[in-house]
Design a binder for this molecule. Sequence first.
Ligand code: SF4
Length: 303
Amino acid sequence: MENFNELQQEILRLKQKKNALVLAHYYVPLEVQDVADAVCDSFAMAQRAARAPEDLIVICGVRFMGESAKILSPEKTVLLPSPDAGCPMADMVTREDVLRLKREHPGAQVMCYVNSSAAVKAVSDVCCTSSSALRIAKALPCDEIIFVPDKHLGSYVAGNVPEKTFWLHDGFCPTHHKIAEADVLAAKKAHPAAVFAVHPECGEDVVKHGDLVGSTAEILDFARKTDAPEILIGTESEIVERLRRELPGKKIYGVGSSFVCPNMKKVTLEALCECLRDEKYKVELPPAELNAARVSLDKMVNS
Ligand code: SF4
């Protein structure tokens, strides 16, 4: 444990003492990722928690990630180190919005990005991740799809599934939405040999420049495997830091200067240590909501 600071060592001790599984999302600070048992995309954290033998799970991420873990592992104790870390995009759509859209488009099925609350998942027909969205949309047995909450991921899917009609909710991730096409063009001009890997939560005019459009895990995989020595990253800044550390032989650049999710940065070492020590901030969901949300998540996994 000699490379860890005092707080990190205390977290590792608590983890062992309590037989807890700590899972971190790629966007939380690297020093938090370093003490986690695994670092994953949001839904992968929930799946990992469900497979694990541990009964105490700590999800280092925002609220909807803790909810997804609880939905897949209702019998386990799921803790969130920073209960005030929410996701502005998830908060942009409510259960009532989904019910209204269903009334307006009675022939459509509701496809819900996992970056959403349990209440919204509970009234949706199927969930999707950014990596499974195209496959799920193609496989849904309907001609019309209501997509919530991310208008950017929704329009990316709609553009690639032209045989279906899409009704998009107008939510967006403020962190990815902020990046403009001008930022990409400036970065490409500064690094003309670089390939560009971008997340589909960015706007259409940004995504169209991508050599790879994919989830966080797909972006990491692309960066590791590409022969290109220079890579431009179109997603949250922690990915740039992670790749710079992991791939010292490659040049990794961010796009724009403020690609930061402030909610993910609320998950600090102090918050994680306190949460583990006091076993506090348990994720609780009403059983009916949990069970209904589980149906939408299971359908995603099985379709
Ligand atoms: S990066 Fe965007 S979608 Fe992800 S948690 Fe932050 S606000 Fe939500």
